[in-house]
Ligand binder design. Structure first.
Ligand code: FAD
Length: 388
């Protein structure tokens, strides 16, 4: 919705308000509908976002090109919300630079930060995050990809799938089993350059809202020990800490899609003549509008609460889960209502609400499906009750 009054909420400071205005002005001028090949469009968007300085916000550390010492979650969320309102692919290009380099910001050595973060921040290197496997999506601890330690290297073997930016990324943060303990406590994180011997793109995956996506394979891929990210056996924690930041930002992207859908719905409902009135004159339409507007505000409140809490240094695992679950599920309903309000036009290929309808769907699945968020919320809520 073009209403910007939410920026006056106490979650934000004046720096955030200025940032939101600047990004909005930039996006209006610079983001155009992409046509044709998605890899090229994505590469171009990363370069453009880098030149404009927006990618500095997904990198922590001013010595490495970051906008701040750490990652300002509210800034990342505002950027994603605004970019998503203009273009799903622009939001994707922005978000993946953060998800793919977040573990380096959080746990990288000085050398790793120098080597990767500055290039991520200026849009010269494309990042990817490789956690999921064909048999291990929601159940991350079931992963089978291994990294065997020898004297001076790790040898990586196994497959990762659904890897966003797979095929165009310059490096991948990869999680693999190193076996210090069973399950989640035996996983480590690595940073792997594209083009390493033993690394291949096995399959490009086409999805309903096109973006670069691939299944990748490691076969006897030998990594110098310096590629280890953080401590051996702590990879699960590294992945979850990265997701704690970016899950909230998925909520922000869904919010941006929902706001766009409300704009589209309102413009149609107030101008479409039918039965000697306009669509918006009917109370059944008004119920939809009321539900859409309330859904958008609910999502915004939960999203920016989680972002603000994280920026205060608090643990936000539950709040990020609440934001992601609510915002993505709400956006799906809001977009569906917008399609309904547009009638037949709403399902025509290329129509803005048809594109939103395809764009929102994966957000309810990736970075933890809604059901996984429900488990997280319930687990923490029950634990707090049992400790009372
Ligand atoms: C477009 C897209 C981009 C992606 N990008 C990346 C990426 O960049 N990097 C990466 O590592 N991964 C990525 N993923 C993978 C994504 O994180 C996984 O798809 C997701 O975690 C779900 O795993 P899965 O597909 O194996 O589904 P499964 O784990 O098989 O789950 C299937 C369904 O079961 C339900 N479910 C799950 N757990 C429970 C439960 N406990 N109780 C009841 N129901 C449950 C949920 O509805 C879930 O959707 C991406 C996925 C998509 C679709």
């Amino acid at each position: 919705m073009s209403d910007k009054t939410y920026l006056q909420w106490p979650f934000f400071d004046d720096g955030h308000r200025r940032l939101a205005e600047d990004v909005e002005a930039w996006a209006r001028e610079q983001i155009t509908d992409h046509h044709g090949e998605v890899d090229a469009a994505c590469r171009e968007l990363v370069a453009k976002l880098g030149r404009a300085g927006w990618l500095r916000y997904v990198v922590g550390g001013t010595d490495y090109g970051g906008a701040h010492h750490g990652i300002d979650t509210r800034a990342v969320c505002l950027l994603r919300e605004i970019l998503a309102r203009h273009s799903g692919l622009a939001d994707f290009a922005f978000a993946m630079q953060g998800l793919g380099s977040g573990a380096i910001t959080l746990h990288g050595t000085e050398a790793q930060k120098k080597r990767y973060l500055t290039r991520v921040a200026n849009g010269e290197a494309i990042a990817a995050f490789a956690l999921s496997e064909p048999e291990s999506g929601s159940d991350v601890a079931a992963m089978t990809c291994t990294a065997r330690a020898s004297d001076d290297e790790y040898v990586l073997d196994g497959e990762k799938t659904w890897i966003s930016n797979g095929g165009i990324a310059d490096f991948y943060v990869v999680f693999a089993r190193t076996g210090e303990a069973p399950g989640a406590r035996g996983i480590s994180a690595f940073v792997v350059d594209a083009g390493m011997q033993g690394f291949e793109i096995v399959e490009r995956i086409e999805v309903i809202a096109p973006h670069p996506l691939a299944r990748i394979r490691f076969t006897n891929c030998r990594l110098p020990k310096a590629c280890l990210l953080g401590t051996p056996g702590q990879g699960f924690k590294v992945a979850m800490q990265t997701l704690d930041i970016f899950r909230t930002s998925v909520a922000a992207a869904a919010l941006g899609f929902a706001r766009h859908a409300v704009d589209e719905a309102l413009s149609r409902a107030t101008t479409r003549p039918l039965f000697n009135k306009t669509l918006a004159d009917f109370q059944i339409t008004q119920v939809k509008i009321a539900e859409m507007a309330t859904g958008v505000d609910t999502s915004a409140l939960l999203t920016y609460r989680a972002a603000w809490l994280r920026d205060q240094g608090q643990n936000v695992t539950r709040e990020a889960a609440m934001a992601k679950m609510t915002s993505t599920e709400t956006a799906q309903r809001v977009i569906d209502s917008a399609v309904q309000i547009w009638g037949g036009c709403g399902v025509v290929s290329g129509h803005p609400v048809e594109k939103l309808y395809r764009e929102i769907r994966a957000l309810r699945i990736y970075e933890g499906a809604t059901e996984v968020q429900q488990l997280i919320i319930a687990k923490q809520t029950l634990a707090e009750f049992q400790h009372l």
